[in-house]
Design a binder for this molecule. Sequence first.
Ligand code: GLC
Length: 691
Amino acid sequence: MIKRFPWGKPIETEAVIRREAVVLMEGLLQVPFFSKVCPGDGKASVLTYDMGEHDRIYGLGENIRGINKRGWLYVSDCVDDPIHTEARHNLYASHNFFLIDGRERFGVFVDAPQKVAFDLGYTDRDRITVTVDEGGFDLYILEGDNLRQMVREFRQVIGRSYIPPKWGFGYGQSRWGYKNEEDIRQVVQKHRDAGVPLDSVYMDIDYMERFKDFTVDEGKFPNFPRFVEEMKAQNIHLVPIIDAGVKIEEGYPVYDEGVERGYFCKKEDGKEFVGGVWPGRVHFPDMLNDDARRWFGRKYKFLLDQGIDGFWNDMNEPALFYGEDYLQEVFDKLEEYRKKELDLHAFFGMKNLVLGLSNRKEDYESFYHEYKGQRVRHDKVHNLYGYYMTRSAGEAFDELEPDKRVLMFSRASYVGMHRYGGVWTGDNSSWWSHILMNLQMLPGLNMCGFLYTGADLGGFGCDTTEDLLLRWLQLGIFTPLMRNHSAMGTREQEFYRFGHVEDFRNIIGLRYALLPYLYSEFMKAAAGDDMMFLPLAFVYPCDEEAVLSEDQLMVGSGMMIAPVYRQNARGRYVYLPEDMKLYRFRSCADADTEVLKAGHHFVRAELNEVLVFIRPDHVIPLSFGGRCVADVDMSKLRLMHFVRDEAVYELYDDDGYAKKIDVEAGITKVRVTADGQVTAEGPLKAEWTLL
Ligand code: GLC
């Protein structure tokens, strides 16, 4: 049961779209669980809860630290910051939903588009303190006794998760730095020549004409539609980036129209706010304004018309290198420093002046939105900007491509955006710790509706190494979005920069073998408002060791993964809550198997080996792989199996494009008995073999 406790005048975020399924309560004073509800001093509202000693906390979507979030201060305040260390409090997203499990079990969703701080045992290790910045909010409380079921209930009221086209489950190669057709052709050629599967190449900001949205640089791409065709003929989808800021340049239609129609965010004095991002000075479209949002969304047509069928939305926190007004102040102050003795105070004063230019609170407080007929200051709705940018695209796609799914994922997000696109987890680094962080983020993201998600495999910032990339790919083959992406200036990290081509071919190839299962589990999770990546705690709540597990995950109904994420490791400790069958894959055609008893094991996994564990009485369908998603032959399937009595797998499949989804009709029931008999019932006609 979900109850809503409105406080003050909440700003409608449209995160919850099935209000009728929620019980409306009078106000905060009735809130259960929170032993102290203190509306604060008119500035911030504060809620506190005293935890039991071993209470655990799950959720909060994209955030650093463990699967159990207890013990840190997490802040919802979408920010562009590429240094994702343990010391951070906020990243690109605002996902204010979490579950508490222990002495009591309940869920909390703080629907507030302003800044919210979740002190989960940081100040006082036994206390939760939620502080919502000035302004109203809706507090939702969920009660139930099954964590997974509580997530489903929450997901039902926030609406169905975004579903990408099936090719979006293929491997994507990206790098900030591919300049022109030739660079992209080379990437594709190298993959095809080496037999390493590939479905997409991402186009970062360099494809644009001077970083202007909805332009293509003709010097680099002389005939873009023809190039898109050429790539399509090889089953490659090009995926261009779109940034939030629109370059200020007379004669550039997006800028001219935006100004003429008043669609950019304005300051108090009615003039457009000027910020700085990649193109230099920009205006920010008012994504919260219905007309402006519709206008911006229709702009994607420019690229759709040229054959593009996927996008990634970036810099939509919105990232701000500088606000123009403050920049001028800084320039003036720097002039003063010229005359000064740069001693300790003066030198650091000057340095901090420049370092403090980006993403400034005061800049975010200096412009406004027209939202639902009201003028709203940006900081009051800051966390909605990326959500509404992606919504603008999603709504436009429904008009422009009513029958076909378009790939879309975003950097910034808020709960609600999960209906319009997925997320990638931003500018991580080529650090071993970030493989684990990637794994630990997945269940929280799923809880908040973000099923289509993945990290920059190999790491975005810093220099990667071959072993790091291989180990990261061994996790990445399970994430719906599987993309290798890196920053300009870092070591190049396409597979062909390294020596052991065969290892990459085998690991990436295994993804394509797993595709029938991953796609099926994803689609069932989306349709059933369920999670695809589950903490062991959600499946084995009575097993303390499982509950404490922080580096293993359940993937869908029948599989557990335990990737290696340490340098030079040749295996790892794995905890099995029940007997499981291990498949140790060296390629999609080569695996050894072993039944392991419940308990702790040291499991060997060399750099070219992927560990997959199957639960008892489960089977997992596998294809024979392919060069791209379209190549995967669904008429010849194998089954990983651990059948003691009988196993039934419900395999969902469809054409990979249609927006209308009928899960029941798309399911084939595959039954395997202990003596190895396979029977299948449903639309998929396949030859089955046991692996
Ligand atoms: C941002 C994005 C990154 C991209 C870069 C250049 O840092 O997060 O993925 O490569 O901008 O567009």
